[in-house]
Write a protein that binds this ligand. Sequence first.
Ligand SMILES: Cc1cc2nc3c(=O)[nH]c(=O)nc-3n(C[C@H](O)[C@H](O)[C@H](O)COP(=O)(O)OP(=O)(O)OC[C@H]3O[C@@H](n4cnc5c(N)ncnc54)[C@H](O)[C@@H]3O)c2cc1C
Length: 442
Amino acid sequence: MSKHVLIVGGGYVGMYTALRLRKKMRRQLKSGELKITMVAPQSYMTYQPFLPEAAAGNLEPRHVVVSLRRVLPGVTILNGRVTEIDHAGRKATVEVVERADAEPYEVRTIDYDTLVFCPGSISRTLPIPGLAEHGIGFKTVAEAIYLRNHVLRQLDIAASSTCPESRRQALTFVFVGGGYAGVEALAELEDMARDACRYYPDLKGDSMRWVLVEASDKILPEVGEDMGKWTVEALRGRGIEVRLKTLLKSAENREIVLSDGEKFGAGTLVWTAGVKPNPLVKKTDLPLDDKDRVKATAELTVDGVEDAFTAGDIAAVPDLTEPGQFCAPNAQHAVRQAKVLGDNVAAALRGRELKAYKHAYAGSVASLGLHKGVAQIYGVKLRGLPAWFIHRTYHLSRLPTVNRKARVTADWTLALFFSREVVSLGTLQRPREEFELATKKY
Ligand SMILES: Cc1cc2nc3c(=O)[nH]c(=O)nc-3n(C[C@H](O)[C@H](O)[C@H](O)COP(=O)(O)OP(=O)(O)OC[C@H]3O[C@@H](n4cnc5c(N)ncnc54)[C@H](O)[C@@H]3O)c2cc1C
């Protein structure tokens, strides 16, 4: 009898699990004994560690995403959002691609036999006045493209305005959250903006202000305490204000208010203060822990539930290398878990024994702009150019498909010979503006 595997999410875990499962069960997939359906809002997987480089214009944004349809022939890709899962009834409700008016185009119910639940995480926000109106996250390729255009646009605004207050606001950039997403995004964008300033003689005398706001007393915990401290000093050495033990209190009307009482206008507010499990978990009958993560076993099955698997940012997977702890939400675990997950789904379908997931955290690498980085891998600490080089080599080796590796290498090679593009294509976000103007009756 034919079996239907439903994969919810087309990110790290979803894509790598599907790749592995396809490889393991090629024959069954071909003969129709197995059907795999993947539901994901986008038709591509995003390689998130390269988003800061895409935002800085070192990489073409299309090169940091991988087409799911191209790499997963034989797998049915449904572009939409799962809105509910009744695992007891083996049913998922899916809203298929949205129309321009944001109404769901079609609501479908999908029956399945085995569930792979991996919808990842979303930005963890707080009810701070003005944040929803003026802030932006840094998790998607759209946000990376927007921020690149937005930052360059702020330079255009400052260079064209005669009002000192408007100039100051446009040239003030605030990032909240000192994990790798926030630090890398800030460091890469600051590097790009400083580079672009060469072409803005009108900005001479106006200095850009880049501020990193972090609630705890350290940044980049992923690279260890001393390398985190080194990063604070390196960023401060570049003129970036790193405000530790400080909270964002308000951002109403683009006026930033910090917990130490300081107030100032900022044209850019990026929120990267951590992630939380995708709220879809609450619309399922899967067991959750106190942090709303799906309870998982070391074999990556959903704890106490038959025919359900999970991994990645959404799951509380026991860390067998540190008893009592859970695997951190990062790509390093997600990719490795997906491999075991694919094997275990295949094993379960064949009635074989499942393997446990075990991986000791190897450390982390972070890029801080062109030729700048920080890393701690297997206890080896690196900074500056060697760390940046390791960052690029490591992530290139991890990037899925030869096609994407070649394109990213080509982007980097071209960047050695030509300077970065400094054009803001912000109008991409308003493509009908020009036409609407043309159709206006005067
Ligand atoms: C800017 C940035 C830089 C990073 N850098 C690093 C790094 O250097 N090293 C590192 O180890 N980690 C890094 N990470 C973290 C890493 O990217 C994540 O831990 C990893 O992506 C988690 O994989 P996942 O499959 O669980 O989730 P994701 O990769 O986020 O995939 C989730 C998928 O589910 C889909 N989805 C969401 N809702 C629904 C729904 N309702 N129905 C169907 N599908 C849905 C999403 O669209 C997406 O396709 C970084 C993250 C960011 C944002």
